[in-house]
Design a protein around this ligand. Structure first.
Ligand SMILES: [Zn+2]
Ligand SMILES: [Zn+2]
Length: 134
């Protein structure tokens, strides 16, 4: 499994918690709210692992809201989960691109999206297109 290092898409601060381990790896630290309760949530940073450490009593099947622990912004992504229609939550990679997870507890939908998966291809064509011009 690959381990991901993510940051807040708004303030750019790292969401990694080196002290608090999940799956023996630094965890992804966010805040969530469910109903009137708000508290920390730690997610495994191993892509494909669903292990979490949750302090908020959000039942499986319910949607919670995710917040950056630094700037407190809502981490809601623009897209909805294809499986259960709950809002997706987005974290950014330092290198660009996002990892998105479903905000419904127990839903295993998650995806990695690069801002521009064709960037490399395009760069290649821009660099070499001169050779292809008539
Ligand atoms: Zn932030
Ligand atoms: Zn879902």
């Amino acid at each position: 499994m690959i381990q991901v290092h993510v940051q807040c898409p708004v303030c750019g601060k790292s969401l990694m918690d080196e002290e608090h381990k999940v799956d023996n790896c630094p965890s992804i630290a966010v805040e969530i709210s469910y109903g009137k309760k708000r508290g920390p949530l730690r997610l495994s940073s191993l892509y494909g692992s669903y292990n979490i450490d949750i302090k908020v009593p959000c039942p499986v099947g319910k949607i919670s809201r995710f917040f950056c622990p630094h700037c407190k912004c809502d981490l809601k992504a623009s897209r909805m989960c294809e499986v259960c229609k709950a809002p997706m939550v987005a974290f950014s990679f330092k290198e660009g691109g996002t990892i998105q997870i479903c905000s419904r507890r127990g839903c295993k939908k998650h995806l990695i999206e690069f801002e521009d998966p064709e960037l490399e291809v395009r760069t290649f064509y821009e660099r070499y297109s001169v050779f292809f011009k008539p």
